[in-house]
Design a protein around this ligand. Structure first.
Ligand code: SAM
Length: 361
């Protein structure tokens, strides 16, 4: 059956309500219909295309991914599902968007908890392949997993397949459910490296290839490694040790101490950086204050990528209030370009700021 008013919203499970509240700001008529899995909500709204367009323009913080639901296909968990899903897909009015030469990808998610108890004769990879072959054969569109223009989104629960076709940019991420996985590399020093890689990709920025970077909360040194690899001279600030593999790096200076102390010295001695990154494990508001101080050391054309750690919600503590306060503090010193909760962020968000403001001194 063709659907017109459903969509699937994906966020970090603890921040799903915050994400839904953000989406509701685009359309107050949005209702949550069913929680399909932790962090994945089926929602209804009368005008999905407008809602998705607004979300893509305004980049909500907590919503990682949105996919329209244009058909709901009953599943029997047999081989026959594949044919049923393909038929439902080609019957969608939005299937016409797939034209010769256009780049598309099929993104299937099979809800994990149910996958373990149900034996299916197919995996998400099988479904992606079968549906992609059907599309390429019917339309001449070209499969492009990394840079699709059009995405066919499929989410399978134990009993239903939720299917929809949309522009990739309106899904808010090119990856299924916003789950951006990176391959592990041999030289990798920490899982945190993925966070910086994802931030650069999502914010569409590249690291400078020369100049000086300040890495606050650097140990064990994953971000430092990436900054060095880009070609930067790095001052890595952390009381903890850096990974031994970073020893003898000629462009690396380790300040073995707290950011508070380093920044006092650095501002007095007029140190200057092209880029400041922060991944310190500390209250977001304290981190924002320190970044405010650090703004005096940032060149006018420099930028900041910072993680802000958030508390878990309790009766007394509202993590969103902490975030608002931290962003307001940061905004006194920098133009905030974007704040997003990335796939590799856990209890935290990542912020990109533009140049420091003239009032920072
Ligand atoms: C999540 S780890 C950073 C991981 C790092 N970005 C990487 O890629 O390997 C957080 C670090 O913040 C450091 N930290 C916490 N408070 C700090 C402070 N006041 N000054 C400097 N570093 C601090 C901790 O010692 C810890 O090593």
């Amino acid at each position: 059956m063709i659907q017109e008013n459903l969509l699937i919203v994906t966020a970090h499970p603890e921040f799903l309500d915050a994400g839904l509240a953000e989406i509701r700001r685009f359309d107050q008529r949005l209702t949550s219909v069913e929680l399909l899995a932790p962090g994945i909500a089926l929602c209804a709204a009368p005008d999905i295309p407008t809602l998705m367009r607004l979300a893509a323009e305004q980049h909500p913080i907590f919503v990682r991914h949105i996919a329209p639901v244009q058909a709901i296909v009953p599943l029997s968990n047999t081989e026959q599902d594949i044919g049923k899903l393909a038929l439902a897909m080609v019957s969608l009015p939005t299937f016409e968007r797939l034209e010769r030469g256009q780049r598309f990808s099929v993104q299937t998610r099979i809800i994990q908890s149910e996958e373990s108890s149900i034996k299916r004769p197919y995996t998400s990879g099988h479904l992606n392949q079968a549906l992609a072959e059907a599309i390429a054969g019917e339309t001449g569109a070209v499969e492009s997993i990394k840079k699709p223009q059009i995405v066919v989104s499929l989410l399978c629960t134990a009993t239903k397949g939720y299917l929809g076709i949309s522009l990739a940019r309106e899904n808010l991420s090119d990856w299924p459910g916003g789950a951006r996985h990176f391959a592990k590399t041999t030289g990798q020093l920490s899982r945190a490296e993925f966070k910086l890689l994802e931030a650069l990709e999502v914010f569409g920025v590249t690291l400078p290839t020369k100049g000086r970077a300040l890495d606050l909360g650097a140990a064990p040194g994953g971000w430092t490694r990436l900054l060095l690899e880009a070609g930067l001279h790095v001052v890595a600030v952390d009381p903890a040790n850096l990974d031994r593999r970073l020893a003898k790096q000629p462009r690396l200076e380790h300040y073995r101490g707290y950011a508070e102390h380093y920044l006092e010295e650095a501002t007095k001695t007029h140190k200057s950086f092209d880029l400041i990154v922060n991944d310190m494990r500390m209250d977001a508001r304290d981190a924002a204050r320190l970044l405010g101080q650090a703004s005096r050391c940032l060149r006018n054309d420099g930028f900041v990528i910072s993680v802000f750690k958030l508390p878990h919600a309790t009766h007394e503590i509202d993590p969103l209030a902490t975030l608002r306060a931290a962003l307001a503090l940061l905004n006194k010193y920098y133009g905030i370009v974007q704040t997003r909760q990335l796939f590799h962020n856990r209890q935290e968000v990542t912020v990109l700021t533009a140049r420091p403001l003239p009032t920072r001194a």
